[in-house]
Design a protein around this ligand. Structure first.
Ligand SMILES: [Zn+2]
Length: 66
């Protein structure tokens, strides 16, 4: 069901990996998403920016260079 009673059309963003449609409005679940927008796919878990481009977040295993 895709009623659009608020007249908001931000365009449907789909996961670049699995083509899962993602909600246009959501609560960011990371600082990166809070700052830059974007989504984490609920289906495959990949990350993308607010334009639906995959984000390659490099997460070092070491918090600080040892
Ligand atoms: Zn996905």
């Amino acid at each position: 069901m895709t009623e659009n009673k608020y007249g908001i059309n931000l365009g449907t963003v789909r996961c670049p990996e699995c083509d899962e449609p993602l909600p246009a409005l959501r609560v960011p679940d990371s600082l990166h998403q809070l700052m830059w927008g974007g989504w984490t796919c609920p289906k495959c878990g990949c990350r993308m920016d607010k334009w639906g481009k995959p984000v390659d977040i490099k997460r070092p295993h070491k918090p600080f260079g040892v």
